[in-house]
Design a protein around this ligand. Sequence first.
Ligand code: FRU
Length: 502
Amino acid sequence: QAATPQWRPELHYTPHKYWMNDPNGPVFYNGVYHIFYQYNPMASEWGNMSWGHATSTDLLHWQEHAVAMPFSHDRDIFSGSVVVDRNNTSGLGTADKPALVALYTSVFKEGSSHSAGIQAQSLAYSLDGGFTWQAYHKDPVLTLSPDSMHFRDPAVSWYEPGHYWVMTTVVADAPVVKLYRSDNLIDWTFLSDFGPAGFTRPGMLWEMPSLFPLPLDGDASRQKWVMMIGVNPWSIAGGSGTTYFVGSFDGRTFHAENLPPDGSDPAAYDWADHGADHYAAILFSGGPAATPLTIGWMNNWDYANTVPTEPWKGQMTLPMTLGLKTINNRPRLCFAPDAHYTALVASRKSYSPGAFQLASGQKVLPDAARGDVLDIHFEIQGNGARSAGLIVRASPDDGTGTRIAYDFDRHTLSVDRSHSGRTDFSPRFSREHIVNMPPARSLSVHVIVDRNSVEVLSLEGSVVITDLIFPPSGADHVIAFAEGGSATFTHLDVTPLMDHGV
Ligand code: FRU
């Protein structure tokens, strides 16, 4: 198949070739961000699961390295996490040279020490800052009894109040999160179960759980705990997606607060993302705890194996910082691009026309606002319009474009990718993602446009819509529109992040 450079993202990590899914063990160590990830070193479809590896110093430019942990005759290596063992609790490093410790899921094969398909948690460590890894001799370090084919995705973090490590894992098909503790990362004891909870459906899996504290509204005395979980299928946008619960954690049990009474309406729950393409989100370890940083897989299990990119398949979301803010009387997880991204945008020239009114219709923005990699901020106010917004990656001649709209009557924010370019590679490539917003006369929206994606943030980052798109090359216009009346763009900044035509 022909290569598709027009869709290789500029700001989002993707391996040079072959299949990638979940981010694994993102860690900040010695000034370098490392990501590992579910990788097939032999083909552009899921299989031969191994940990690929890439590093960056600015979260924007990534260097791919040799596979860190390859699959082998006796197992596949599924998702997991990495911590910096600074106090050498494991005894695997030294005080001066801490070990990086990975906890990951081994999926055993026929002829190995376990029956085929059994999943258990294993440990590997690195003494050279994450480049080479040794398997620990006790293997696995944690099994479920009886053995399970769905016991996976260990995420480990240091629980400061109790001075021990806490691991969240899932029994994916229960679906339940299982919590464990350890003093040394090697011996784990069971703490508690969380779930099933929230919006559930028969056949729904929970994957990639993570538990972390955040100050509410920046106030450390009002700390809450967030449990973020990958849900597949039945997520809010169809297929796989990321939900979260806010509550408390006493070192043993996580209690979710404010759960809606009725488990039947997905829109009643909190979703980290309302788009189709944000899954398996996980936090970086090793960085400053005050600004937790997350990264996810920008894809959906509904169609990930058939997305039309070559020679790679799979990419990450933009790393984002997380906060917890009271919005509409609820604590909400809020996403924001990190400082490196913000500095990149600030270093480029933007098109900022000042406020303007748009009568019902469309206005193609000038060349200074063109590009296939853009940062956009806009604020709109209705003056009779039923809806208004922007069409990005647009070609004015043939109606191609991805439509980001606010509906002033229904108070919804939506991304419509039905005319975004290629959509025919899967019947399950969902077309439109709609979020209910609190009623307001105006709305500000931040959009990050890359060669094959949009990330739309609003309401202080508590509403995110992440969607893949596959536009034709040359569809690089931005169009402002209003429908059913006029709208005012009270603010607009479009910053091309790549030189035009590159
Ligand atoms: C999530 C997931 C994980 C598993 C990995 C396998 O996307 O299904 O639960 O560890 O991918 O590649």
